[in-house]
Design a binder for this molecule. Structure first.
Ligand code: ATR
Length: 268
């Protein structure tokens, strides 16, 4: 019998998750499909109850419900519990289990980029996305994480919680030349042409990764390319977080490299 999956959010119509998962279901010979489900703010509980009644096998959760969904679930994996946020739900006989694959998705994307685990890494931002990535980097053994943020107090708090070193933006700009990778988790550049820090001191060949994928080339990535950096856009993390969810649902690890190319072409 065909299995159904969903992705829920508000808004949801632009989500690329159904496109990605349907290609993987097809490639893996699995009779299943993912549909976007628009649940309005204030209607999450009813929406999730409806998905349960419909018998979906699992669903992805996107903005603004990643935290609000937590009390509606029967259990959480370690990453979701640590972050108190969920992006993937598995449904088994009416029991809903939440996972968070965002941070590990980012780290999988980093794995292909030859960044040594003992190399200094600078992460900019201290919000929800940064939290997931900081904890995942720590879990995977990256031992020299620096966190810089516009509001320094939040950098201090996240650094204390994740075993990292806090920096002001000015300090981060000064120490940039020593970093093996720079990760932007802020929303600077999403809807404006701002950068969260200046890349003037970037050493050529340094990896600069932005978790934003719309636009594909953020102002920060453009600066990084101009400075001779290696750039990675947010499509990489998006595809890897989806691949970890797909594997949790089906037991099969899908091909990620061709998917990264497909989505870059689709958005380009
Ligand atoms: P998310 O859950 O998506 O990470 P968030 O919790 O609202 O969202 O966090 C947004 C992050 O982007 C924060 O680190 C924020 O910095 P502040 O803590 O100083 O608010 C950062 N941010 C947002 N817009 C920014 C901008 N224009 N320049 C620099 N940092 C910005």
């Amino acid at each position: 019998m065909k299995k159904w999956y969903a992705v829920i959010g508000d808004p949801i119509s632009h989500s690329l998750s159904p496109y990605m998962h349907d290609i993987w279901f097809h490639e893996c010979g699995i009779d299943a499909s993912m549909i976007p489900v628009h649940i309005r703010v204030g209607e999450l509980k009813e929406g999730v109850a409806a998905l349960k009644r419909l018998g979906v096998s699992g669903f992805n959760v996107t903005l603004p419900f990643k935290q609000e969904i937590v009390p509606l679930l029967g259990g959480l994996d370690a990453a979701a519990a640590e972050m108190n946020a969920v992006n993937t739900v598995s449904c088994n006989d009416g029991r809903l289990t939440g996972m968070n694959t965002d941070g590990d998705g980012f780290v999988r994307g980093l794995a292909g980029e030859n960044v040594p685990k003992d190399a200094p890494i600078l992460m900019v931002g201290a919000g929800g996305a940064a939290r997931g990535i900081a904890f995942a980097l720590k879990r995977q053994g990256f031992s020299r994480l620096y966190i810089a943020n516009r509001t320094y107090r939040r950098a201090e708090e996240l650094a204390a919680a994740s075993g990292a070193i806090p920096l002001s933006i000015a300090e981060a700009e000064e120490q940039l030349g020593a970093m093996a990778a720079v990760i932007n988790t802020t929303s600077a550049g999403l809807q404006d042409d701002t950068v969260p820090l200046k890349l003037t001191g970037l050493a050529p060949g340094t990896l600069v990764s932005d978790i934003i994928y719309n636009p594909l080339e953020t102002p920060l990535l453009k600066q990084a390319a101009d400075q001779g950096g290696r750039v990675q856009n947010g499509v990489v993390m998006f595809v890897h977080q989806g691949a970890i969810a797909f594997e949790a649902w089906t037991g099969i690890r899908p091909d990620t490299e061709p998917m990264i190319e497909k989505i870059n072409r689709k958005l380009g």
